[in-house]
Each structure stands twice: as C-alpha cells, then as structure tokens.
Design a protein around this ligand. Sequence first.
Ligand code: BV8
Ligand code: ZN
Length: 281
Amino acid sequence: MSNTTKTLVRCCSDYTKFRDILEKSKNILVLTGAGISAESGIPIFRGTGGWWRSYKAENLASPIAFEANPSLVWEFYSYRREVAFNANPNKAHLALAQYEKKCLTENRKLSIITQNVDGLHLRAGSQSVIELHGALRKVKCTKCKYVYENSDHPICEALRGRGNPDSIQQNLTCISVNELPKCTKCESLLRPDIVWFGEQINSKHLEDSRKLVEECDLCLVVGTSSVVYPAALFAPTAAARGAHVAEFNLSEDPFKEDFTFHFSGPCATTLPKALGIDVTE
Ligand code: BV8
Ligand code: ZN
C-alpha cells in the first residue's frame, strides 16, 4: 500500500478501521515489550519499574555486571524468576493466543516477537513466539554453554530468601561462586539464558525476526518504549515497507512516524477490543 493511501487511513484509535485491516491481513507480526506484562504484575523495565534496590535493571543485565558480581546478578534474577513464575498471562497475552488460533483456521498467520523474558506468551498458549532476549526459565553454562530449562525457585539453596528488592538485603555477604547455581553437566557456574546489553541476539532468532518483518502486512507494537535495539527497528522497518503499524501503549504519545494506528490505554483492555476477542481469564 502506498504511503499516501496509508496516510488517508491513518487514524488515531479507530477500532472499526483497524478491524477492517486486521481481518484482511494474512501475515500479522506482533512485537511486544514489558508493557504487555505490566498488568500481570511484572515491573516494566524503565521508569520506576526499572529499579531493583539501588540499581537500574539495565546495569545489572550485562556481562560486565555478572563478571564483577555474579552473586548480586543472581540475586536480581532470582527475584525476577520468582515474580515471573508466580505471574499469570493477562487478557492481552490471552487475546493474542486466541487470535493466533483463529488465524490458523483461516490460513493466515500471527507471529510474536517478544522482548520479554517472562514466558507469559507461551503460557497463554501462543505457539509462534520468538523470545528475542531469552527467558528467565532457561539457564546457560558459562563453560560448556549447555542450555536447559530450570524453573526451580530458589534455583539453589544459597539463593533461598535472597533477592528481594528492598535494600535491607543490600548488606548481606556475597554468595560464593561455588554456592551459586551450577551446570548439571560440568558443575561450572550457570548464568541466566538471557541476552544482556552488549550481547549479540541469537543469530537464528535475528534471521527469523527479519523474515517476519519483511513478510508482514500488519504489525502490532504492544507495550514497548522502543528504545532497545535491534527490536526497536522492526516496526519502523515494516512501516517503511508499507505495512500498517498499530501501536498499543499506555502513553498518549503522538504517532511514531509512519504508524497508522495508535491505541492508548492499558493493553489488557485495548488489545482484546481491537482483536475483537472477548477473553475470559
Ligand atoms: C546488540 C534482557 C549487537 C535483560 C534486554 C552500547 C554498548 C553495547 C550495545 C549498545 C550500546 N548502545 C546501544 C547498544 C545496543 C543495545 C541497546 O539497544 N541499548 C539501548 C538501551 C540503547 N542493544 C543491545 O545490546 C542488544 N544487542 O545490539 O548486539 C551489539 C553488541 C555489542 C555492541 C554493540 C552492538 C541486546 C539488547 C537486549 C537487552 N536485554 N532484556 C533482562 O530482561 O533482564 S532488553 C530489556 O529492555 C527488556 O527485555 C525489555 O523488554 C526491553 C525493552 O524495554 P521495553 O520492553 O520497551 O520496556 P520499557 O519499560 O522500556 O517500556 C515499557 C512500555 O510499556 C512503555 O512504553 C510504557 O508506556 C508501556 N506500558 C506500560 N504499561 C502498559 C504499557 N503499554 C500498554 N499497556 C500497559 N498496561
Ligand atoms: Zn557446563
């Protein structure tokens, strides 16, 4: 669709116009960020939600931080694992899973690329999901690189009762490396299987994501501040190809350049309404 036509249909939050385009779309790509899990009780990454004790989450989600203080980083992830494992998918996750099933019966496709590591899309029943930044339920050996799932909480005895965000725990002694989580294969130190800042995205995930961006005729961008790369490039790239882009965000922010729709408000309300899915949680 040429940009002119797109501009003509460009409308703030016209659910009717959106549904008309949605029903005609064959390859729907949904990009999600921390905002889609906010109503499941999982803190978002920036703003007040982005702090843990006196640290910015971003400064703990890095190989440098892990190298310098694996005990502190494991406490941070032990807390986030507990929050994520105890959370439930909300109506936004469930609506996407239900709409994906509807697409499959109509020979259409809905795929999700998520920046989130909480696993809630999979637990909601979505099948086509790329967890671009990894997952809290997965661990990776720092030595033999073995990756496997471990949803135990705590993941090791030394982390029992550790990791809560209140600073009272700030002064506890560091956990020694040999008491931190260890690889079941070679007994070396484990790390969360998460893509940290400054680390490359898994090449297959990146390739598969690029294909979805190239093929989509409609792109939904849900609950992301679009500041982390390369994920932040996906929607603008789809828009530049002429795909319709619909943004679902709390903020009333004006359109991102080239986006066709902007639905402001909590996405557990706006997304099911836009998809025409009446979710029973
Ligand atoms: C890479 C896992 C190549 C961690 C995450 C300098 C050195 C090295 C790299 C860089 C550098 N400068 C820039 C870079 C690239 C860097 C980057 O983009 N940095 C940013 C900060 C500028 N990217 C990388 O490093 C990536 N790798 O580029 O490799 C390379 C390698 C070396 C050197 C150069 C290049 C890897 C990035 C992956 C980082 N890992 N997660 C963990 O989770 O523990 S990213 C992290 O941010 C989370 O995954 C989070 O999901 C993600 C993005 O944030 P959002 O999801 O958007 O969340 P946020 O809180 O920001 O926003 C929430 C939104 O929701 C808001 O808009 C809000 O309004 C809205 N909202 C809230 N509630 C609701 C809602 N909307 C609707 N309804 C609601 N109810
Ligand atoms: Zn190992």
